[in-house]
Write a protein that binds this ligand. Sequence first.
Ligand code: PRP
Length: 178
Amino acid sequence: MPERPYVIDELISAKTIAARIEDLSREIAEEFAGTDKLIVVGLLRGSFVFIADLVRELDLPIEVDFMEASSYGDGMESTREVRILKDLRGAIEGRDVLVVEDIVDTGYTLKHVSGLLNARKPARMKTIALLNKQARREVDFNADWVGFEIPDEFVVGYGIDFAQRNRDLPYIGTVRFT
Ligand code: PRP
């Protein structure tokens, strides 16, 4: 994609994200109360900041694992094709699993990954997405927990990139071309 200058407008502040993660962590801990260990699966790369903050708030015994699935190139449009670039290190059969995603857009990625992991017969599996863009949904799939509903705008920050940039922003912002 050609370089076009843009600015980033703050949409969700770091403070608001942190407060929401505290609430979500409480709900998740209630849902999985009594688990011997929750396997928290981060979908790379976008979820790396969210999962780091989430597991530090979660009052449960946990294990962390990662998968990488890709449905986008370096552009802004989904190719609608989900590729597994990296699979889990550990087995999940009979285990409690929480899949952590940064954003659900068309829904292809989380639906595909959920189907794949469910086939491995976890005891309980739930999904969480920090952001949900309902207006863009193309498949019938919703995460069990959503941090924030957002409008159909291109967002960056808090792990989310625009052509691999801006993942390091501590807040979520929208991209505005200038
Ligand atoms: C983005 C995002 C989600 C997915 C959501 O990942 O992190 O995983 O797209 O889109 P969907 O609901 O339309 O499938 P991307 O493939 O850009 O990879 P990244 O996480 O490495 O940035």
